[in-house]
Write a protein that binds this ligand. Structure first.
Ligand SMILES: NC(=O)C1=CN([C@@H]2O[C@H](COP(=O)(O)OP(=O)(O)OC[C@H]3O[C@@H](n4cnc5c(N)ncnc54)[C@H](O)[C@@H]3O)[C@@H](O)[C@H]2O)C=CC1
Ligand SMILES: O=C(CO)COP(=O)(O)O
Length: 378
């Protein structure tokens, strides 16, 4: 396809979909960057649904002043309608509903980044959230995941993250003024079924350079990679392992037992990726922030760990803790465990994942925490 060599006239408009703890934090750091890079991005960042008139999210991110260019938009459709970069950031249980609402109301050439940790399972198919978003909306969507505690980042305490993005061939602009015409491949390495609309030449390209400028802050170091499978699945499956670590600690064991569970959990995570996405998985991804770093932080200081520990200490179900202690927030580990196990059972391979299976049993009250070591006896 022939393209103009003129410099882009349009700038990207960015919308963040989801205004919870992490969505609001990401909107803040992205808004700092859109202001810093006026050549690439419009300054205002739309966020939907709502933050209050004091420019603070009193429910999900209290006491953090948001930059004035984070614009709360009560209408989801209005927030996304002419945004060329969509950042998805809400508990994964709600993504189906949100995609159904915005389908047909976004720019066909929009590009997405999913900050969501989870998977979707339909019958015996497991899908990455970014894959699900891309297929439902007919766009390309990458994934951001890392060892990231929203409140710390909102307070500008340094951490790292990983963004996986495979710039589609139709968006790769060569020096001789042509777009790449190779087929776009999906997360499984297959030729994609989506008929992608290229990012128009009037806009700056959406590639690793632009996304790095959009997300990287002095307190938020971004690594760009291309392994969307590894980044997405490491972020989703570590929540199952975090539940196991909370149960272990609530039961009275300590760091040595937790590191055993982390190691076993990482082995099951890597095995899962290799078993179901062998074409595209890259083992080095597990050494990124989205890999081991997220495993460690999630099993020692995040919500899935904290509240499963509380459940074990109090001897009550995790569902009850989620209902009574989380102020409307979701423990992603509960539904991810259910979804992953239903997929593994449908495939007849659940026994190859003893830790994931045990976590489901503990959540359902059919397996006792004290029996975890028995799973690994030779
Ligand atoms: N909070 C954190 O530190 C981090 C979270 N993540 C991931 O980011 C994603 C979002 O997490 P959080 O922001 O913490 O979630 P949260 O629990 O704070 O989010 C609540 C959000 O869900 C929305 N919501 C509630 N009920 C809804 C419904 N019925 N329909 C549609 N939307 C509804 C709310 O408007 C709000 O935007 C998750 O996948 C999580 O694993 C990733 C890294 C860090
Ligand atoms: O993903 C996270 C840490 O990287 C946050 O995990 P929680 O949802 O368990 O708080």
């Amino acid at each position: 396809m022939a393209v103009s060599t003129e410099s882009p006239r349009q700038r990207h408009k960015v919308a963040v979909i989801g205004s919870g703890n992490w969505g609001t934090t990401v909107a803040k750091l992205v808004a700092e960057n859109t202001k810093a890079h006026p050549d690439l991005f419009e300054e205002d960042v739309q966020i939907s649904p709502v933050i209050n008139t004091y420019h603070e999210n009193v429910k999900y991110l209290p006491k953090i002043a948001l930059p004035p260019n984070v614009v709360a938009n009560p209408s989801l459709l209005d927030a996304v309608k002419d945004s060329s970069i969509l950042i998805f950031n809400l508990p994964h249980e709600f993504i189906g509903n949100v995609c159904r609402q915005i389908k047909g109301h976004i720019l066909p050439s929009a590009r997405g980044i999913s900050c969501i940790k989870g998977v979707t399972v339909t019958e015996d198919k497991v899908e990455l959230i970014c894959e699900y978003i891309g297929e439902t909306l007919g766009i390309y969507c990458g994934a951001l995941s890392g060892a990231n505690i929203a409140n710390e980042i909102a307070n500008e305490l340094w951490c790292e993250t990983t963004i996986a993005y495979n710039t589609p061939p139709c968006d790769r602009r060569s020096e001789n003024g042509t777009n790449g015409d190779a087929a776009h491949r999906d997360a499984r390495g297959q030729v994609s079924k989506i008929d992608l609309v290229p990012v128009p030449q009037e806009y700056p390209p959406v590639d690793h350079t632009a996304l790095h400028k959009l997300f990287d802050r002095p307190y938020f170091t971004v690594s760009m990679v291309s392994d969307v499978v590894g980044v997405s699945l490491a972020g989703a499956l570590k929540n199952i392992v975090a539940l196991a670590c909370g149960f272990i600690e609530g039961h009275g064991w300590n760091m040595t037992a937790k590191t055993a569970v982390m190691r076993r959990g990482m082995l099951e995570t890597i095995h899962f990726c290799q078993e179901f996405f062998p074409e595209t998985i890259q083992e080095m991804t597990f050494w990124e922030s989205a890999g081991w770093s997220d495993m460690i932080v999630s099993c020692t200081s995040a919500r899935n760990w904290r509240y499963s520990k509380m459940a074990a200490e109090r001897g009550v179900s995790l569902y009850e803790i989620e209902r009574t202690e989380l102020n409307g927030q979701k423990l992603q580990g509960i539904s991810t465990t259910k979804e992953v196990m239903s997929f593994l059972k449908a495939r007849g391979v659940a026994d190859k994942y003893p830790l994931f299976k045990a976590v489901e049993g503990i959540v359902d009250g059919t397996f006792e925490v004290k029996n975890i070591p028995v799973l690994f006896r030779q």
